[in-house]
Design a protein around this ligand. Structure first.
Ligand SMILES: Cc1ncc(COP(=O)(O)O)c(C=O)c1O
Length: 403
């Protein structure tokens, strides 16, 4: 058995591979779906007469905000259309509360903490770290956050200021939060404090590639429970049109909307309205976004299937893996605490994987088990090679074979 794995290692080594599956990026064929945007003719005036070529409309042009309102199912008055990055809006939300939250800015709290479902998105942890806000992990279950863990944490500590989650096709493990889970989260969090912030990064809102459980629009759930002022939802077109070249949206209300407007007013005079207009001309409505996302699905799904054919060759003795219905990632959980070793082995064979631990705050995965695989941004052949390397690396590490 060991000899067979070592022989496989040697033959893969001879291939001198150089493949990077660290980040969830759209592949070039996905980007090509939006090429029309490169040359789309647009007027220089917005629907309500704003000159798109000049400063103005700090919170986005009306037609972009209407599209965002349709996408997030929130009133247009609650929608801000921003630059190309939803992560920036999320950062600005944290910043605005850090500087100006009422009654006490987070910067003046002794030990502000955020709850972060794990595994999660490394940049969320980096962001909180920038502000000295402690990211406290809670486990994810198949239908959302572990509500008991959430409640227990809040019971024992007055320092929590919010929760930051990816409620659909969670990055990286692909969970879809159920309506019930979201409702309970809102109930428990708002009972804890009417200042507790529910921050949702909806990066994968329309990114299904297989039939996916329907999730009620978050804004509707928040409104039904009257917690809109404590709720901030962000999303973008980064994985709909161009990575880092789309437009972003935020839905929020009351003091949370005032705060973001305040901090943005100092920071930026207005977003790129021409790009907003281009996107509105390109899509017009959410129905056409959904049709477009079907085309992405046809390109993305086969890559996940390739990855599964390799992962299925490993028995449960080695570990288990997620089978998301959308999004950009597969998580592999090793049965033994060997994630770091697996990633090292992959590197020796020329395949870069997201560093082990990076899906946890402070890069600390207590079980040293979770590995994030991003199958989209490579060709099918490269992906096959990368998965061959991955499964061989898991076997090597599992059996403590040093190479
Ligand atoms: C969960 C999540 N949020 C945000 C982003 C980045 O989005 P944007 O380009 O809109 O900043 C990503 C990209 O990988 C992501 O996975």
């Amino acid at each position: 058995m060991h000899q067979k794995i070592i022989t496989r290692f040697k033959s893969l080594k001879e291939k001198q591979l150089s493949i990077d599956i660290t980040r969830g990026k759209p592949d070039v064929d996905q980007l090509n779906l939006s090429n029309e945007l490169l040359n789309i003719p647009i007027p220089s005036i917005s629907e309500d007469g704003a000159d798109l070529r000049n400063y103005g409309e700090p919170f986005g042009i009306i037609e972009a905000r209407k599209l965002g309102a349709e996408l997030l199912d929130a009133p247009v008055a609650n929608i801000l259309a921003g630059e190309q990055s939803s992560l920036l809006l999320t950062y600005q939300t944290v910043l605005s509360n850090f500087l100006f939250a009422d009654p006490v800015p987070w910067k003046d709290l002794e030990n502000p903490k955020f709850i972060c479902p794990v595994p999660g998105f490394d940049r969320h942890f980096m962001m909180l770290n920038d502000f000295g806000i402690e990211a406290v992990p809670i486990p994810l279950k198949s239908d959302g956050i572990d509500l008991n863990a959430f409640e227990d944490l809040l019971k024992g500590d007055e320092n929590f200021v919010g929760i930051l989650c990816v409620p659909k096709h969670s990055n990286p493990s692909g969970e879809i939060y159920s309506d019930k889970n979201l409702e309970e989260m809102f109930r428990i969090g708002s009972k804890y404090s009417d200042k507790f912030l529910f921050l949702f990064d909806h990066a994968y809102l329309v990114h299904d590639f297989l039939p996916t459980p329907v999730q009620k629009p978050l804004w509707q759930i928040a409104t039904n429970l009257n917690v809109q002022d404590q709720t901030v939802i962000t999303t973008s077109f980064s994985k709909i049109t161009f990575g880092g070249g789309g437009i972003s949206f935020m839905a929020t209300s009351g003091h949370s909307l005032d705060l973001i407007k305040k901090v943005r007013t100092t920071m930026i005079i207005c977003p790129d309205k021409l790009n907003q207009k281009r996107h509105v001309e390109f899509f017009k409505d959410v129905k056409s976004i959904k049709v477009h996302m079907q085309k992405h699905a046809e390109l993305v799904r086969p890559k996940f299937e390739i990855a599964y054919t390799y992962l299925e060759k490993l028995s449960d003795e080695y570990g288990t893996f997620s089978r998301p219905t959308g999004g950009y990632f597969i998580t592999y959980s090793t049965a033994r605490p060997i994630a770091t070793k697996v990633v090292e082995n992959c590197k020796k064979l020329g395949v870069l994987i997201t560093p082990a631990g990076s899906t946890f705050p402070n890069n600390y995965d207590p079980n040293n088990s979770v590995i994030r695989i991003a199958p989209t941004f490579v060709s099918k052949d490269q992906l096959s090679d990368a998965m061959d390397v991955f499964t061989t690396s898991v076997q090597l590490a599992h059996h403590d074979i040093d190479i």
